[in-house]
Design a protein around this ligand. Structure first.
Ligand SMILES: [Zn+2]
Ligand SMILES: [Zn+2]
Length: 348
């Protein structure tokens, strides 16, 4: 079968090549991959000399995939060949301190598909039966492969626990920003506003009926004034989905006393020099949460997509065949207004 393969980080060590079709174990399911989405964090990091910090090499990447069940093992009862599915890519070790107390997300020895085990940028991917999630008929493979980022945002929403009447800010209108904003819209929040520097991405947010403010990267006072016009006392909850280190210093002044801030993912400077603004946090008794991934939130995420609370179709900027994977990756790496790029290892 055809698969994307990184011998080690950097493109010169990667290719679309022939790999053996996976062997299906008794409790396993082979999925014929129809759509697999490029994750800005992980897939872009394969292009750096140090690679992705959550991955090991050699690797077939891809943790956001959907497809058709091709084959099932003898013990498998809940899915059958022909079923349309996506799958939770996380594989906690099951035996560490955290796994033994059911705190799977904090397992330090996960063997996640697309990070450690082979992932979905291949014609076929192997998963454990318990990881599969059926896709409702009216949800497309493209929409369903984005269940993973929605699941990651579900975990963020749990951390923030938005209360009735909360005023919410989302910084950033990349995939995570737009998903978080939609989940916040359907939460107890009184008002949600998305702040970002791309007019094109904000237009997408606006089309979802969510308030927007344009950010000037050279003058943050402009969006700060606009926010304080809407929320004179500041916001209760702020999601920072920009990955821009310098914004951490500005967020305390946008918050009410006792406000909650969640940083999604890593700060992505070449050499982050983060000095946390402790004094500003103490002055207002602010709380900082961090959120990076998920374990076990695929069911809720698929439900949110299926009932229309999260529109994932709107996130898709381009689609490519697997043969053209590196062209697809370049769109994510170098084109400013791109949100999500989907790769198709098999054609419908
Ligand atoms: Zn992802
Ligand atoms: Zn573990």
């Amino acid at each position: 079968m055809k698969a994307l393969f990184y011998e080690k980080p950097l493109r010169e060590n990667a290719s679309i090549c022939e790999k053996p079709y996976p062997q299906c174990g008794e409790d396993e399911v082979i999925i014929k991959v129809m759509s697999c989405s490029i994750c800005h964090g992980v897939e872009c990091d394969h292009e750096k000399a140090g690679g992705s910090s959550c991955s090991s090499y050699p690797l077939t990447p891809g943790h956001e995939f959907s497809g058709i069940v091709q084959e099932v093992g003898g013990n498998v009862k809940t899915v059958k060949p022909g079923d349309r599915v996506t799958a939770d890519n996380t594989v906690p070790c099951g035996i560490c301190f955290y796994c033994r107390k059911g705190d799977f997300i904090h397992c330090p020895d996960k063997r996640n598909l697309g990070n450690v085990a082979d992932g979905g940028f291949a014609e076929y991917v192997k998963v454990k039966e318990g990881k599969t999630i059926h896709i409702p008929d009216h949800v497309s493979f493209n929409e369903a492969c984005l269940t993973e980022p929605v699941a990651c945002c579900m975990h963020s929403m749990d951390q923030m626990n938005i209360r009735y009447g909360d005023e919410v800010i989302v910084l950033g209108a990349g995939p995570m920003g737009i998903i978080l904003a939609q989940l916040a819209m359907h939460s107890n929040a009184k008002h949600v506003v998305v702040v970002a520097s791309s007019r094109k991405k904000l237009d997408i947010v606006k089309s979802l009926g969510i308030d927007t403010i344009l950010m000037d990267r050279n003058d943050y006072s402009k969006h700060e004034q606009e926010i304080l016009k809407r929320y004179p006392l500041g916001a209760d909850c702020l999601f920072d989905a920009t990955g821009a280190e310098e914004l951490v210093y500005t967020v305390p002044r946008l918050m009410k006393m006792g406000g909650r801030i969640l940083g999604y993912g890593y700060y992505r400077g070449e050499q982050p020099q983060l000095r946390f603004p402790f004094n500003e946090f103490w002055d207002k008794e602010l709380t900082y949460y961090s959120s990076l991934s998920q374990v076990g939130d695929f069911g809720r995420a698929m439900d949110a997509i299926a009932v229309g609370k999260v529109n994932t179709k709107i996130l898709i900027s381009y689609e490519y065949d697997l043969e053209n994977y590196f062209q697809a990756l370049d769109k994510v790496l170098y084109e400013k207004d791109v949100i999500k790029v989907i790769v198709h290892p098999n054609k419908e």
